[in-house]
Design a protein around this ligand. Structure first.
Ligand code: SF4
Ligand code: SF4
Length: 98
């Protein structure tokens, strides 16, 4: 599966990460305007902490053509998902992408 024709994992999970990955912290890189504060220590990508998660950085249509508008600045959580792993397969199944 080509991730650029999928995007299911960006529209299924709450994408949370340590707050200091935000670009308002020294060495941080994730644009904070695209994040929400979850706890004193955690942020998440805006739009992913809801009943129908959809990351604010995702453009395009899930299952058709998508892209991450902050690809080189995405949080570590996003690096952890690998094509074909359990999280990928669960997100794809949810969106009916085989
Ligand atoms: S769900 Fe899997 S195939 Fe789809 S974008 Fe995420 S990693 Fe890529
Ligand atoms: S930051 Fe990019 S890779 Fe991560 S969930 Fe959002 S759109 Fe997907």
């Amino acid at each position: 599966m080509d991730c650029q024709r999928c995007g299911a994992c960006c529209a299924h999970y709450r994408v949370s990460f340590y707050w200091a990955e935000g670009n308002d912290a020294p060495g941080g890189h994730v644009p904070v305007e695209l994040t929400e504060r979850l706890t004193p220590h955690l942020r998440c990508m805006r739009g992913t902490s809801s009943d129908s998660p959809h990351c604010a950085a995702l453009r395009g249509e899930v299952g058709v053509s998508v892209g991450c508008t902050i690809y080189t600045q995405r949080p570590s959580t996003c690096h952890d998902v690998q094509v074909g792993d359990a999280q990928c397969l669960k997100a794809r199944a949810h969106h009916g992408i085989t």
